[in-house]
Design a protein around this ligand. Structure first.
Ligand SMILES: [Zn+2]
Ligand SMILES: [Zn+2]
Length: 237
């Protein structure tokens, strides 16, 4: 399957907008997160020849501005768009989605959004002392399963273990997205990277809030299997 990076802190060329947050498009039909700004996201979509009409659903990883920020502009352009959100997202998020005629679906457990494209459902997490539920996207192909994360506030290893529990027979091929290791020290990041190896993750694309230190450590450990994530990049899984 084809995963396109629509928004990131870096881009493959200067015409593309960059900023905080991420947005990944899977097989032209399932969008995972929307970055911080709808105008910038839709600009990138235009440059990358993304057909908004083909997008069947948007999965929002968690209720933070840099992940749901672009959603509102999309809802204005695509009436009745299906949104997969965690049941415990804020009332403000839910009200706004409903006001803009979004078809809001709360995902408590693993849910197939489209053939072989799943969302984990709510995983409990915390951010700065507050409850912050989060979900990841899981793509199943003959290479194994690939996981895309927003910020991984519940903890990236906890999220991978949840995915493993749901797909006990599958190997994890790639893990892409934000791992929220920005404020973690070198030793802890190395333990986490070793844990990735133990779990059997074959390719890693750390970006966003993973932080420069974690990107460096994963790059060293994964060498050619480290996937650079930038707006305009494409990953085959
Ligand atoms: Zn984030
Ligand atoms: Zn976040």
């Amino acid at each position: 399957m084809r995963i396109e990076v629509l928004f990131d802190k870096e881009a493959k060329n200067k015409t593309l907008r960059t900023g905080w947050g991420v947005s990944f498009l899977v097989e032209e039909k399932v969008l995972f997160d929307t970055g911080e700004n709808g105008a910038w996201l839709t600009e990138n979509m235009k440059i990358l020849n993304v057909n908004i009409d083909k997008i069947k659903a948007v999965v929002i990883s968690h209720d933070h501005w840099d992940h749901q920020g672009g959603l509102w502009e999309l809802l204005k352009r695509k009436k009745g768009l299906t949104i997969y959100a965690c049941p415990n997202f804020s009332a403000e998020f839910k009200d706004k989605a409903k006001k803009l005629n979004g078809n809001l679906k709360g995902t408590k457990n693993i849910t197939e959004t489209s053939k072989n494209i799943f969302v984990t459902g709510e995983i409990t997490g915390e951010y700065k002392g507050e409850y912050m539920p989060e979900q990841a996207l899981v793509v199943k192909t003959n290479k194994g399963i690939s996981v895309i994360t927003g910020c991984a506030h519940p903890g990236i290893i906890k999220m991978l273990n949840t995915v493993k529990k749901n797909f006990p027979k599958e190997d994890i091929y790639a893990v892409l997205g934000g791992f929220h290791l920005m404020d973690k020290d070198k030793m802890l990041i190395e333990i986490i990277a070793d844990e990735f190896k133990k779990i059997g993750v074959k390719k890693v694309g750390a970006t966003h809030c993973s932080g420069p230190r974690a990107e460096e450590i994963f790059k060293l450990k994964y060498k050619k299997d480290f996937l650079p994530i930038k707006a305009g990049a494409e990953i085959k899984v």
